[in-house]
Design a protein around this ligand. Structure first.
Ligand code: ADP
Ligand code: MG
Length: 319
């Protein structure tokens, strides 16, 4: 989310919550955390994908549906929870049978994979837009928040960064097309939310966020919420292999700012690191330490010699 989007929300919406004691976490995290049962917290979040903004109008409708649900499940994963229910508000210019059938198929593929039930929605005519509200649960007291990082924590990211960003940038810049692999295109259209990882992190992480707008933005949000800073070593970042053929500036700009990764960025103490790695062995999904939390503010980027690098990067801007 851009700071101007933050400014808008702060200015117009942040004050609209009551002092309801069931709201454990309201506006400002990947999902709201609500205290509704003796065993679980309810997690909820909503995201909209708009034609020609978040996807090209001619994208396969099955992919549009898949991604729309995936990005919502990713917000639940970032809270350490399990996604369980969704509602779907679908606005479309016309009700074409083939389009809807393909959309429903893509939706059911990901809904079945992550055991999410579609429990309601709204269907209207207008410019193509998909809004999904996701609801999930996490054991009482266990949600992972953005604002709980601590100075000295290690910063980790899951998987690799930049594949989806490269596939997207290549739609704007023809010279990049030669580098785009099938896996980049797949990650752009069908991101996989890191739900199992998020659940494991419940036991270790102080703070977590999903990387939707690029590491530079999303780590920035985590730091702002935690009122701390970070040092990140650029050569430790797990760039996707396709980006290694590009020059450093281009690689950094795509991997850190293009967005659409849907990996998790999380922090934990050094003392928990070995235990986390043992626990994650079974999951068999890579996580990489890229730096540490400091008690300053903002991100300091370091090169392989430990010298500061000035990066003029901004993640995806909503406005
Ligand atoms: P994410 O990228 O994780 O989906 P966003 O960047 O969309 O999150 O939003 C950041 C935070 O601001 C979230 O907690 C979200 O619920 C909240 N938010 C965004 N828009 C509004 C709005 N219009 N009213 C209230 N809260 C909002
Ligand atoms: Mg998020």
């Amino acid at each position: 989310m851009s700071s101007s989007e933050f400014d808008l929300i702060d200015r117009y919406f942040s004050g609209l919550n009551s002092s309801d004691k069931t709201v454990i976490c309201g506006i400002g995290d990947d999902a709201a955390v609500l205290d509704i049962s003796a065993e679980h917290f309810l997690l909820t979040s909503v995201d909209t994908l708009i034609s020609d903004v978040h996807f090209m109008a001619d994208t396969d409708p099955a992919d549009i549906a898949y991604k729309s649900l995936a990005v919502n499940i990713s917000d639940i994963a970032a809270m350490g929870g399990t996604a369980r229910w969704a509602t779907l508000a679908l606005t479309m210019p016309e009700a074409g049978h083939d389009w809807l059938q393909a959309f429903a198929k893509g939706f059911s593929e990901i809904a079945e994979r992550y055991k999410v039930s579609l429990v309601g929605g709204d269907t209207t005519q207008g410019p193509l837009a998909v809004t999904i509200q996701i609801m999930g649960t996490v054991s009482r007291g266990q949600s992972i928040r953005r604002n709980k990082a601590q100075a000295g924590d290690l910063i980790y990211v899951s998987g690799s960064l930049g594949s989806a960003g490269l596939a997207y940038q290549a739609t704007l810049d023809k010279s990049l097309r030669q580098y785009v692999s099938e896996s980049c295109t797949q990650r752009l259209h069908r991101p996989e939310p890191r739900v199992e990882l998020g659940k494991q992190l419940n036991h270790f992480a102080h703070a977590a966020i999903d990387i939707s707008d690029g590491l530079v933005s999303d780590l920035g949000h985590l730091l702002k919420a935690s009122e701390l800073g970070a040092e990140v070593e650029l050569d430790k970042i797990p760039f996707c292999p396709e980006l290694m053929e590009l020059d450093k500036q281009q690689r950094w700009s795509i991997a850190l700012a293009a967005g659409d990764d849907y990996e998790l960025c999380f922090t934990l103490t050094q003392a928990s690191e070995a235990e986390m790695q043992r626990q994650l062995e079974e999951l068999d999904y890579p996580v990489t330490c890229i730096g540490k939390i400091t008690d300053s503010s903002g991100i300091v980027w370091l090169d392989e010699k430990g010298e500061k690098v000035e990066l003029q990067l901004e993640g995806y801007q909503h406005f």
